[in-house]
Design a protein around this ligand. Structure first.
Ligand code: ADP
Ligand code: MG
Length: 262
């Protein structure tokens, strides 16, 4: 693999917190500022693949093939409508992968080994995880330079975070000692909601600088975009959600430089 490639895993075992939305819009924002980006869809639901306009019948070679060793990353990567952004799509085959690879000694290292392929041209790889701390998420953590955690601005935002961070700690203590925390991004923020403001304060009080300055607002354009097979940034660049993701991209790049230097 190109030593300049940075692999960021977007993870949270809760569903509906904005993982996929963050993966595809952050990836698009990075591509828009000239990075060469790959999204790896590790969720059997395939929302990142759909949201980037890849229909199910187009997914002839998928993340399942990459994890099982049937295909290399470059063979599985498909171009999207966004210049500079490719995706390894997912299929429902991924639902069975746990059973298929669970007895392999390198079962947690399948993605990492695949991304080690020579000549991978990407400067950023973003891995979208399923809503679970299963073998797929562990593969994504084992392969990553850093973890990016979306937290929804709702009452139970912090619940489950310690379990997630413990898992990161375990991965760091065993198979991936260099794994860092990229950051925590607050999503679906509604400033008219007092509770949301309270959640932001709480999360910042607990997690300090780990939390990005950028907060992603709840924005109907962001939720409409996937039904057109487009990231929000392509669907409506000017909307508040797209603008927030562009801002997040510059924070991520700044942090990645710092992590790389560490
Ligand atoms: P996850 O991948 O964690 O399950 P998603 O990214 O799929 O979460 O988001 C869950 C739902 O919330 C989706 O319907 C998505 O369109 C919507 N959503 C995510 N972020 C926003 C936002 N900033 N504004 C409005 N809707 C959003
Ligand atoms: Mg998702």
């Amino acid at each position: 693999m190109n030593s300049g490639t940075r692999i960021i895993t977007v993870a949270n075992q809760k569903g509906g917190v904005g993982k996929t939305t963050t993966a595809i819009n952050l990836a698009t924002a990075l591509a828009a500022i000239g990075e060469n980006v790959l999204v790896v869809d590790l969720d059997p639901q395939g929302n990142a693949s759909t949201g980037l306009g890849i229909d199910r019948q187009q997914r002839l070679v998928s993340s399942y093939d990459v994890l099982t060793g049937n295909a290399g990353v470059m063979e599985a990567a498909m171009a999207t409508a966004v210049p500079g952004l490719s995706i390894v799509a997912s299929t429902l085959d991924l639902l069975g992968i746990e059973m298929e690879i669970s007895s392999a000694p390198d079962r947690v290292l399948k993605l990492r080994n695949a991304l080690n392929e020579d000549g991978i041209p990407y400067s950023y790889v973003l891995v979208d995880c399923p809503p679970s701390l299963n073998l797929l998420t562990l593969n994504a953590m084992a392969a990553a330079d850093s973890i990016l955690v979306p937290l929804q601005c709702e009452f139970f935002a912090l619940e489950g975070l310690s379990q997630l961070l413990e898992t990161v700690e375990q991965v760091r203590g065993s198979i991936n000692p260099h794994l860092g925390i990229q950051g925590i991004v607050l999503t679906m923020f509604d400033r008219r909601n007092n509770l949301a403001n309270q959640v932001v304060e709480d999360v910042r009080a607990h997690m300090g600088d780990t939390v990005y300055e950028t907060i992603i607002p709840r924005n109907v354009r962001v939720s409409e975009a996937p039904s057109y097979g487009k990231p929000a940034i392509l669907y409506d660049l000017k909307c508040s959600g797209s603008q927030a993701y562009l801002q997040l991209a510059s924070e991520v790049i700044r942090r990645e430089r710092r992590l790389r230097a560490a």
